[in-house]
Ligand binder design. Structure first.
Ligand SMILES: [Zn+2]
Length: 285
């Protein structure tokens, strides 16, 4: 008798035949090679499109991305999902508006005993507080005390500072170690100078500890040694900007620890990457 089983077997045969035909049909010979599959399930990007997006980055970054495109895009997704202020490019060519000020400033004195600071009226953006405190605690466990010397600086304060330096050293010299107003990461409230602000900081316990561990807490050295041409500033071993933990990892793993290169890439390609995301990520730049 005709059973359910035989019907199932018959239809299975049809399906199998269809599959075989699909595999062996004449289309197979003329078809273009398999469509370049998406590199990452959360981005509609082919390998070629990703290579094009990273074509603006230095060669070592391009080869690292080619080695691990999935890992790269996973970190990029996390970076773009974080608040946009964390990765906004602020440098000599990309100033902040004079009117820009973070809306979540909080005095360091609120965290007394948890983070050391030289002057109590210093303020930070609240967005960096938890990781700054975690970092200070981790350093303290290893016998290293981190002291914040300078944090948020308003546009007006930076203007006064630069004018004073320029009067003493000349504008060109001053612009190598001090930012003109609007060009300072300190206006973001997410950059911190640790004490003492001196070249020797690099070889002091706090400087050495930060150089090794700051990235784990989302902090990044903005002006590394040997990159004066790239950043526009002399080596500042005391100046760290909080970019968030995902961006600090992205910088370390794919941009050889050069914040400027990562921020320039995100500045140039962030919108295209957001557009390529299969689900909406981040809050736009
Ligand atoms: Zn600084």
């Amino acid at each position: 008798m005709t059973t359910v089983r035989s019907v199932l077997l018959a239809s299975a045969g049809v399906v199998l035949l269809a599959l075989l035909l699909a595999g062996c049909g004449p289309e197979r010979a003329t078809a273009t090679p398999a469509v370049d599959a998406s590199v990452h399930q959360e981005f509609s990007l082919t390998h070629d499109e990703l290579a094009d997006l990273v074509s603006v980055t230095p060669a070592p970054t391009r080869s690292r991305v080619a080695e691990d495109p999935g890992g790269f895009l996973s970190l990029v997704r996390d970076v773009l999902a974080a608040p946009a202020e964390l990765i906004v490019l602020v440098d000599k060519n990309n100033p902040l508006p004079a009117t820009y000020a973070p809306d979540d400033l909080v005095p360091l004195s609120e965290f007394a005993g948890r983070i050391g600071y030289a002057v109590g009226e210093r303020e930070i953006s609240r967005i960096i507080a938890a990781d700054l405190i975690d970092m200070a605690a981790a350093a303290r466990r290893e016998g290293v005390e981190l002291i914040v010397q300078s944090a948020y600086r308003s546009y007006e304060y930076q203007a006064q500072l630069f004018t004073a330096y320029a009067a003493r050293h000349g504008e060109v010299a001053a612009s190598m170690f001090s930012a003109r107003p609007g060009r300072s990461q300190h206006q973001l409230g997410t950059a911190v100078d640790f004490a003492p602000i001196a070249r020797e900081f690099a070889d002091m316990p706090a400087g050495r500890w930060l150089a090794e561990h700051a990235w784990r807490f989302g902090f990044s050295l903005s002006y590394p040694e040997g990159y004066e041409e790239v950043t526009g500033y002399i080596y500042e071993p005391w100046h760290f900007r909080y970019v968030g933990r995902a961006a600090a990892r992205l910088e370390r793993e794919f941009f050889a620890g050069v914040q400027q290169h990562m921020l320039e890439f995100l500045h140039a390609r962030g919108d295209l990457l957001r557009d390529a995301a299969t689900a909406r990520i981040g809050n736009g730049a």
